[in-house]
Design a protein around this ligand. Structure first.
Ligand code: ADP
Length: 274
């Protein structure tokens, strides 16, 4: 049976089980299995876009190059394939570092509302292509200072938004909200009114390379790594990620964040001045 959960969870689970049963286990063997499984998945993910790119190049060499219109069309498609490969390799690089615990968080205080708005701007075109509107629901006024690795939290928001666009229905809506949870925490929710996810898939969604509908999801051009990256980043912050989904109604992914303990410098200065 292929090993699909992430390495640390897997080793921890097996060690706990073995301890209870007083069994000596060989973690090296598990690591080796895991490595093989990971490499198998990687080559599988890379094969499709590589063959696609090769297909366009071969067609061009076969004569399509002489036709000005076709030449442009096939070159553009080959380029799309290369873009997809770059995207997958970047995700692979990130997940490898995250799983090895090599990626250190660079924590700072920042305004989460501003970060969400910036991410909206980056994804506006992608959303517009499907006529999906990105909306923001605010419980209290700007700004909301939180503490975390700003760049990585942006990746979390971006991955969740990209999914809501990819798996959302045309002309649908994705709503992001930030709410107070407990005294020192906020919760960020990304809610879509897309096709939703069947119950049996929910526990496995955050596994790397896991996809609900292999062919459908692959058409959408993902790497199957988006949600596992999201989970790693959120958990590295010591926070939690949740998902609720209903078929034909939509999905809601949410995660917690720590509020900044002290007001930001600019606010302190302005307080002094007044
Ligand atoms: P992918 O690269 O395939 O998008 P992810 O790890 O980001 O990989 O997501 C895993 C799977 O979870 C997707 O293939 C898709 O089937 C499902 N999924 C994720 N987000 C949503 C969503 N908002 N609505 C419906 N299905 C989703």
């Amino acid at each position: 049976k292929p090993v699909t959960t992430d390495m640390r969870t897997l080793v921890e689970e097996i060690e706990k089980f073995a301890e209870g049963k007083k069994i000596e286990i060989d973690t090296l063997k598990i690591r080796e299995e895991y490595r093989k499984d990971f490499l198998g998945n990687v080559s599988h993910e890379l094969k499709t876009p590589l063959f696609t790119v090769q297909g366009y190049i071969l067609t061009l060499l076969d004569g399509a190059m002489k036709d000005k219109k076709l030449r442009k069309k096939y070159l553009q498609r080959a380029n799309k394939g290369v873009e997809r490969l770059i995207y997958i390799v970047k995700d692979l690089d990130l997940i490898t570092k995250l799983e090895a615990g090599e990626l250190k968080l660079e924590r700072e205080d920042f305004d989460i509302i501003e970060l969400i708005q910036n991410t909206f701007e980056l994804l506006e075109m992608k959303a517009a292509k499907k006529e999906i509107s990105l909306t923001f629901d605010m419980e209290y006024p700007n700004p909301v200072y939180v503490n975390g690795d700003k760049e990585k939290i942006q990746q979390v928001i971006s991955n969740l938004l990209v999914n809501s666009i990819k798996y959302g229905l045309p002309k649908g809506t994705t709503e992001v909200s930030v709410e107070n949870l407990i005294k020192n925490k906020v919760i960020v929710r990304v809610t879509d009114n897309g096709g939703g996810i069947q119950k049996q898939h929910i526990p496995r969604l955050f596994e790397r390379f896991y996809r609900v509908d292999q062919s459908g999801s692959r058409n959408e051009g993902g790497s199957g790594l988006g949600l596992s990256i999201v989970k790693h980043i959120v958990e590295a912050h010591g926070e939690k990620i949740y998902v609720e989904s209903e078929v034909d109604v939509g999905s809601e992914f949410s995660f917690t964040l720590e509020k900044a303990s002290t007001p930001p410098v600019s606010e302190k200065t302005s307080n002094k001045e007044t």
